[in-house]
Design a protein around this ligand. Structure first.
Ligand code: MLT
Length: 400
């Protein structure tokens, strides 16, 4: 009989968004007449930019012609044309990343979860709380010790390290999911110094960088001095370019990033990750990589920014409704998420039920993202603009 990985038995029974979907389906069955507006899961709704779709079609056509057909991409790390496009994108905000330091993947979630394969199970993992559940879940699955840095109202939901606490791996996400908060360069420098002092590695998730509007907020941890010695960065086209149904992202590991093996030798993190990917991942499809490269073309940037502007307008609608009611929130400015305090001291799930039952609007209970999320709630700006307006009218009409 196989022995189970019983760490899985210690997890919450379902992934957060599966739980929410179940609850919403039950409500919908019981109230078939309800016109439900979904602002829970952070999933995009706007169609992919035309030049990106055209590039994907061209790539698909090439697959049907003998001379241009492609099987496996040799390196498994992605086509050079895409890695060069990503490298050029980094350059546009003054960050130097070599194409060879980039690996193309099927989205940030996979790499955020899978990267733990190359690290031992005795590491102490520091995660800001609240957090994207993938960071906690994937480390608990391997039985690692997880400790938390509190993000809360007092620190503007931007947790900082405690110099008296040691960690080996650190997860940071900016713009943050779920709170929408962002780290400044100075704050990231504190984390980088902490990581270097602790010989730790930061796993930096910047899947929402395209939503940054403030000039002084870094779009990459590599915009901050010292990061190349201690950080891995993961980004995705899911939110930048509407790729949640297409699947494409990228992970950056600087050539000089190493960690010590137990025999004292320095091991390249990039080489180790490449070894893991070589055995477990066969790459992203050619047409999708063609589409992804088009995202970084001048036309692609212009067209995808139009969708981002659309979502940013939704964020303003949500924020101004909350302002009107007098509810405190973070996010919205550099992020598609608005994170607010549940009215009248309600619990997160209590407010979830109220909003669903009385306004037929679905959000995400903050408690689903960790201990510090209790009493808070997340709405996404990824919806249709008219539906977002309608949802906020219903919200304002709630008897609070
Ligand atoms: C979220 O709602 O937090 C998103 O679904 C994150 C993701 O893309 O997995």
């Amino acid at each position: 009989m196989p022995q189970l990985n019983e760490n899985f038995l210690k997890l919450e029974k379902n992934y957060l968004f599966i739980n929410i979907a179940k609850k919403v389906n039950e409500f919908s069955k019981a109230h078939p007449e309800a016109d439900i507006i979904r602002m829970g899961i952070g999933d995009v709704t706007q169609p992919i930019a035309k030049c990106v779709v055209d590039a994907m079609k061209k790539g698909a056509d090439e697959m049907g012609v003998k001379e241009t057909f492609k099987g496996y991409e040799d390196s498994g790390a992605g086509y050079d044309f895409l890695k060069e496009a990503v490298s050029g994108y980094y350059k546009s905000f003054d960050v130097d990343i070599l194409p060879e330091e980039i690996r193309i993947n099927d989205g940030a979630k996979s790499d955020c979860g899978n990267i733990v394969d190359i690290f031992g199970n005795d590491n102490t993992v520091l995660i800001t709380d609240p957090a994207y559940p993938v960071y906690v879940d994937t480390n608990l699955m391997s039985g690692r010790k997880v400790i938390f840095a509190d993000s809360n109202e007092e620190n503007g939901f931007a947790a900082m390290p405690d110099p008296n606490v040691h960690a080996d791996l650190i997860y940071l996400c900016s713009p943050n999911n779920p709170t929408g908060s962002v780290y400044t360069k100075d704050q990231l420098k504190v984390w980088i110094d902490y990581a270097i002092k602790n010989d730790a590695i930061i796993i930096y998730d910047c899947a929402y960088e395209a939503f940054i509007t403030e000039e002084n907020i870094p779009r990459s941890i590599f915009a901050v001095e010292g990061a190349r010695r201690c950080a891995i960065e993961m980004c995705s086209l899911s939110k930048t370019a509407g790729f949640t149904g297409m699947r494409c992202g990228y992970t950056v590991i600087p050539n000089e990033l190493t960690a010590k093996a137990s025999d004292g030798s320095e091991v390249s993190i990039s080489a180790l990750w490449g070894r893991r990917q070589g055995s477990k991942f066969n790459g992203v499809s050619y047409p999708v990589q063609c589409a992804a490269a088009a995202v970084f073309s001048p036309k692609g940037i212009k067209q995808t920014r139009e969708n981002i502007a659309y979502y940013q307008q939704n964020a303003r609608v949500i924020a101004s409704a909350l302002d009107e009611i007098g509810i405190k929130y973070t996010g919205g400015k550099n992020s598609p998420y608005i994170w607010f305090k549940c009215p009248n001291g309600m619990g997160s799930w209590e407010f979830f039920d109220k909003l669903l039952e009385e306004a037929n609007v679905v959000g995400t209970p903050g408690a689903g993202f960790g201990r510090n999320g209790e009493g808070w709630f997340r709405l996404t700006a990824f919806g249709d603009s008219e539906r977002t307006k309608e949802a906020m009218e219903r919200f304002k009409a709630l008897k609070l």
